[in-house]
Design a protein around this ligand. Sequence first.
Ligand code: ADP
Length: 536
Amino acid sequence: MSLAFDEYGRPFIIIREQEKKKRTKGLEAHKANILAAKTVARLMRTSLGPKGMDKMLVSPDGDVIVTNDGATILEKMEVQHQTARLLVELSKSQDNEIGDGTTGVVVLAGALLEQAQKLLDKGIHPLKIADGFERACDIATKRIESIQEEIDIQKNNNEFLKKCATTSLGSKVVSKCQDLMADIAVKAVLSVADLDRRDVNFDHIKVIAKTGGSLEDTTFVSGLIIDKDFSHPQMVKEVDDAKVLILTCPFEPPKPKTKHGLEIKSAEDYERLYQMEQNYFTDMVKRCKDSGANVVLCQWGFDDEANHLLMHHQLPAVRWVGGVEIELLAMATGARIVPRFEEITPEKLGKAGKIKEISFGASNDKVILIEDCAHSKAVTILIRGGSMTICDEAKRCLHDAICVVRNMIRNSNVVGGGGATELACSIAVQTAADQIEGIEQYAVRAFADALEEIPLALSENSGYNPIDYVSKIKQEQITEGNPFLGVDALGKGTTNMYEQGVFESAQSKRNQLELATQVVKMILKIDDVISPAEYD
Ligand code: ADP
């Protein structure tokens, strides 16, 4: 596409290979865009909330993913339509910024688009709608600020952090053991958090999954885990107060670098060669022992001979440790990586409180735990689950819960979950709409209706009659003036989310509103779509 000027200097657009392009303009473009985006959003509606359904996605090569996480569903759906892709991006940005609320944000954007379409049908200009939505979003975020409650995250043994993590986990596959998972998420984040700076370094939280066992066997380790075992079955399985030697050279006698032959003509020659090799091995093991090391981690393999000698000298060792893990271990334990046996010195050893090998069930799978490392607060979560599909989903769920706890540390304002906040905002926007003059008031009112979509979807997914249920709690919110009344999705007998302990981060809610409004505004401002014809 290029811009050209006619003889009077007026600009016009030349579309290259015109016949191969497809062009949708004006109202038609608006409607087509809205329809595509709405279709994607409608798909996510049934996944919202604790009673939401999961989606099964099959990749072209047959891999199966079962998930409830909005961002993952949209990413794996491989949406082609250009406008619908904007919603995929929307959920991704919520995931990057906040980490949770990825389904909610798309459902909200879908509801806004639905309302926008009605307004377009009434003949209201898209820009007026966009402006009205922006104004309404401002009112809603202000309402969130007025109803949010700052909590003391450390009170009652981090009670609120656990509640927020539990709310996030409640809608996922792992809800069966949500308390355990929430506990683990809180522990993991608090162990690496810098509470003064209100900062959390995610690099220090490692999540690994091992199939076998059940979700309840998921454990938290304050240290690192490497997916290896000690090189000899008879080595000691547990070392307290470990002094770790990290080697990047193999436990083998040096090999000549150039090609040449070695002739052995007599039994004595062979005996001498064997002895020499033995001396090498003994020397290597002695150097390790002399440095004071009581565990050796090696990036390479060792000869059986060396393995035997190490066992014989009570020096437990691990071989074939990956390069990345070597670096992590070196950082965590404060060890210096040693590339040659001649360079081993006591100062180069790292320290850890305990190193032990653990095995799982009958599968004989083993891992090595390195706990209480001297130099780092790194922690690991070991997820167990019946199959890789469950482990993968549990990993995604934990990621969400960890993000929620991190957000709470950064900003400890909470609002009610279960659609209570959206309903409170909707009421505020509706009241404000009455004061607004002009056409914009229609858009503002439509925004209020769209906000109700979240409690509606939640109650529908929970098996209530949505309109009936939501109008009831809306009435209660207005008469009682309590913005914590929401959908009792789990049938606990109260609509008060404060009593149920269903909390969400205020920042996450604000972010959802702002991001959804931004994308809807963007879609509304598109009035011309030029795309290659084969895209349809
Ligand atoms: P998202 O990916 O957007 O986090 P979820 O499927 O996790 O979507 O659903 C989150 C919604 O479910 C939020 O609106 C939250 O308030 C609500 N929710 C979570 N737990 C409960 C609960 N126990 N009762 C009522 N609503 C809940």
